[in-house]
Design a protein around this ligand. Structure first.
Ligand code: FES
Length: 79
């Protein structure tokens, strides 16, 4: 999420990365991420728009080598 905020948007991250607000909604559009969403992330995603099975909360994705070469799309309220 820090990468997203630093480079693209300043208007996300209302909950400061606690997985509660859903403003950091992203979709994985290329590649696969082998970690799973926990119950809290799933619960928050169920409250935001345009969610599908590729949706994640950026703040819940750890920045490490596992996300090399993955492509995410930032989802805003107006798509
Ligand atoms: S910053 Fe709030 S859910 Fe990610």
């Amino acid at each position: 999420m820090e990468l997203v905020v630093d480079r693209y948007y300043e208007d996300i991250g209302e909950c400061l990365g606690r997985g509660l607000c859903g403003t950091c909604h992203v979709k994985l559009i290329e590649g696969s991420l082998n970690d799973t969403k926990d119950l809290s992330e799933t619960k928050t995603l169920n409250q935001v728009n345009y969610v599908d099975n590729t949706s994640r909360l950026a703040c819940q994705i750890i920045l490490d080598e596992k996300i090399n070469n993955l492509t995410f799309k930032i989802i805003t309220d107006h798509k």
